[in-house]
Write a protein that binds this ligand. Structure first.
Ligand code: HEC
Ligand SMILES: [Cu+2]
Length: 366
């Protein structure tokens, strides 16, 4: 057939269309199966997680055929309409709009978008709903380069803060999230929920943790050099342990800083310097030193900070203590400022700090 400009309008072969459609269908089915089969997320740890995972699966089911369909049309056209020898000087046929086609290809995606957005909005409003009883815990979360701080209010109104998160299993907890400097993002993958910490405003979400245990708290927004180390732990305690922990923390606050046991691990009151170094337990759950520092005696191999066997050889306890409570006063050559948490003087009890310093001084004495 010869078009008005002399170019040939080629009709695609019917079998080629059918073949492409068949391959597209098979690949869509395979893609969906693979998408559903992959274990994208860690085990569910909150009542919110199931709805979110279902939403994810529905999105996978809808988007795989769209991706495969678009790719199939592109490949089909490249093959079916490619230039043949001798056609180099021919103009393609002039193209006029096709109203019917345009209405269809606008209406279908619009309908899909509205449906999926509507569904997502319903899921969001369901999982964000306040508990019917009106009873929930509250934790104020503050992000800063490069650490999270969690503030709680005890039954008597006493406030205290920790740098590991403690929450109660089976009870809704509402997080009010702030940032002191740049944008961070408060995320516990097992709970699925995640929200930006934005300077100047307070954002919030709630979860009901279902499983006890220790889960990572992750910053999910690139926030500077130490972003990758902005990781702490969320401890989900059974109700009676949570209540005991709350009480201990409040008493400790009102009674002055007497060394207190850690609510999660049932640590004894006598501080163990090596445990603080390797596990970072501490009364309020300070970050483990071993996560960033290698120390042969403790068997740790962190490489974010200096190797302490080398860096501290020949330093006395007082110098070591000064480096811990005020890490930015003197920066070790080759390492960045502001990466080591500067609040160990607050997050460790005096007894823990002393035990830690004694332990490190002993361990690095040659
Ligand atoms: C997030 C990573 C991180 C954590 C956690 C951390 N540090 Fe550091 N530390 C660093 C970095 C980086 C430096 C080097 C920069 C500086 O001097 O501030 C450093 C420096 C030091 C120094 C000074 C070394 C020297 O050359 O004199 C000591 C001592 C030290 N840390 C001990 C500790 C102890 C003890 C803990 C746990 C209570 C700890 N650090 C936790 C990252 C960390
Ligand atoms: Cu961050």
């Amino acid at each position: 057939m010869v078009g008005p400009m002399g170019g040939e309008t080629r009709k695609p072969r019917r079998e080629a269309i059918l073949l492409t459609a068949a391959i597209g269908l098979v690949l869509s089915a395979v893609g969906i199966l693979i998408g559903l089969w992959i274990d994208w997320f860690p085990a569910q740890g909150s009542t919110q997680a199931d709805d979110i995972d279902t939403l994810w699966d529905v999105l996978v089911i809808c988007s795989v055929p769209i991706f495969v369909g678009v790719t199939a049309v592109v490949l089909f056209c490249a093959r079916e309409f490619r230039q043949k020898p001798g056609e180099e000087h021919l103009d393609g046929p002039p193209i006029h709009g096709n109203t019917k086609l345009e209405v269809v290809w606008t209406a279908i995606p619009a309908l899909m978008l509205v449906t999926l957005c509507g569904y997502a909005a319903v899921v969001l409003s369901n999982i964000e709903e306040a508990p019917a009883s009106g009873q929930e815990n509250r934790v104020a979360v503050t992000g800063e380069q490069f650490t999270w701080t969690f503030e709680y209010t005890g039954a008597d109104g006493t406030k205290f803060s920790t740098n590991q998160l403690y929450v109660e299993q089976g009870k809704s907890v509402r997080f009010d999230v702030r940032s002191k400097d740049v944008i961070h993002d408060f995320w516990v993958p097992e709970w699925r929920m995640k929200i930006d910490a934005v300077p100047g405003i307070t954002t919030n979400y709630r979860v009901t943790p279902t499983k006890t245990g220790i889960y990572p708290v992750v910053c999910a927004e690139l926030c500077g050099l130490g972003h990758a180390f902005m990781r702490q732990s969320a401890h989900v305690l059974p109700p009676e342990k949570y209540a005991a922990w709350m009480q201990r923390m409040t008493e400790r606050q009102t009674a002055g800083a007497a060394p207190a046991a850690d609510g999660a691990g049932g640590q004894t009151a006598s501080a163990d310097g090596k445990a603080v170094f390797t596990q970072g337990v501490g009364a309020t759950g300070a970050t483990a030193c071993g996560a960033c520092h290698a120390l042969a005696d403790a068997g740790t191999s962190g490489a974010t900070g200096p190797n302490l066997d080398e860096a501290l050889a020949g330093q006395d306890a007082a110098a070591i203590k000064a480096s811990i409570v005020d890490p930015n006063a003197k920066i070790t050559d080759g390492f960045g400022e502001g990466i080591m948490p500067a609040n160990y003087a607050e997050t460790l009890t005096p007894a823990e700090l002393d035990a830690l310093v004694r332990y490190i001084a002993d361990a690095t004495k040659k």
